[in-house]
Design a protein. Structure first.
Length: 395
């Protein structure tokens, strides 16, 4: 079985996390991804150096299924190599500030003149126009600008960023969708097109349905920690052994199941808690009663009791628990050999395709690992074209 993008070549001009994740997803789907790095390498190679070999956790996480080459785009010969690659690629992905490649003479309008089928995806912090176009951006900058930080945390904590790189993770998903859509369109039109994804736009979009509350009320949802601004009970609670679990009782069914499990059946008739609106209005008293109940037993005891009662809940787990769980370990974790790091653990692609499954075919490349190989392929292709030209002229 082959990947759905087998035969598609991707020229990867990205660095850090958002761009490389997009091209890795394309590689997982079978594309031949050629990662172009400057002589000093992708800047993420210097972040998260927790391994004895000196390889970066950041880089290893988002750069599998790629061949790596080094080009110095300040040198004419390397620009020529880049142009040759662009002429033979289906997709180019970059995450520089808008106009960067244009200044080097290798922007979309230039490249499409010799390769009209090229799909060019640009991912930038703030898009190709607008007042913030030329500003640099990384995940926390976008989290702050998008409003996500204003939603995260508690009234006491002040704004907090999310525990994951939300603004680095969401944009490449939209980039991948846009690229695959452009590939589908190209099958009909024969023409490539430009795909632009703004980190700010994508992150704002990711706040669905929180924007609905703002558009209908004109108010920013409060920072409520693990509570919900429109549903109760919906929160985390501590158990007697210092662990935590999350409870979601957003319907009357789950509310009654929770009451039965914690031995508070009579609360179902309490006039303060008859409806979700009332439970929300009396959230502080409700949370106090629930917290008191959960503080009496261990997490293990409550997990067994809540499961039996059909309560919608989960223990708050650390990474040891997550990655030792067969439900995660057996489906999401793979071991692959790396030239210097040895066997490394990576996350599998969560997309499950029945006929064209995603795959992990190659470890993240060393800096410039495939430069010679790719140059040789270009030389061979040029030689073949010249031979065909001469043969055609002689007929």
């Amino acid at each position: 079985m082959t990947g759905i993008l087998q035969g598609i070549r991707v020229l990867d001009m990205t660095q850090m996390v958002a761009g490389p994740l997009c091209t890795m997803l394309l590689g997982d789907l079978g594309a031949d991804v050629i990662k172009v790095e400057p002589p000093g390498g992708d800047s993420s190679r210097g972040i998260g150096l927790n391994r004895p070999c000196g390889e970066s956790d950041y880089f290893l996480s988002v750069n599998r299924n790629k061949r790596g080459i080094v080009l110095d785009l300040k040198k004419a010969e390397d620009v020529a190599t880049f142009r040759a690659l662009a002429d033979t690629s289906d997709i180019l992905v970059e995450n520089f500030r808008p106009g960067t490649l244009e200044k080097l003479g290798i922007g979309f309008e230039t490249l499409r003149q010799t390769n009209p089928r090229l799909i060019y995806c640009g991912m930038s912090g703030f898009g190709t126009d607008g007042p913030y176009r030329d500003r640099p951006a990384l995940d926390p900058v976008i989290q702050a600008m998008s409003g996500i930080m204003q939603l995260t945390g508690t009234a006491a904590s002040g704004p907090l960023k999310t525990g994951i790189l939300t603004s680095d993770f969401v944009p490449p998903l939209f980039g991948t969708i846009g690229i695959i859509g452009a590939l589908y369109a190209r099958a009909s039109t024969g023409q490539g097109q430009r795909v632009d994804v703004s980190m700010l736009d994508a992150t704002v979009f990711s706040m669905l349905p929180r924007e609905g509350f703002y558009f209908s009320t004109g108010r920013t949802p409060e920072r409520l920690g693990n509570a919900h601004y429109q549903l109760a009970p919906w929160n985390s609670y501590a158990t007697s052994d210092g662990r935590h679990l999350i409870i979601v009782a957003h319907t009357d069914k789950y509310w009654r199941a929770l009451l039965g499990a914690i031995g508070h059946g009579p609360l179902a008739a309490d006039p303060r808690f008859l409806t979700n609106a009332l439970r929300l209005a009396n959230r502080e008293a409700l949370d106090a009663l629930i917290s008191e109940a959960f503080a009496t037993e261990s997490l293990a005891t409550w997990s067994e009791r809540l499961t039996a009662a059909g309560v919608l809940f989960a223990p708050v787990r650390d990474f040891d628990e997550v990655f030792s769980d067969p439900a995660v370990r057996d489906t999401m974790v793979a071991q692959i050999p790396h030239p210097t790091a040895g066997e490394i653990s990576v996350l599998r692609n969560p997309i499950r395709l029945s006929d064209n499954p995603t795959s992990i075919r190659a470890a993240p490349p060393l800096l410039g690992q495939h430069t010679g190989e790719v140059r040789a392929e270009l030389a061979q292709a040029a030689s073949t074209l010249e031979h065909q030209r001469v043969s055609g002229a002689q007929r």
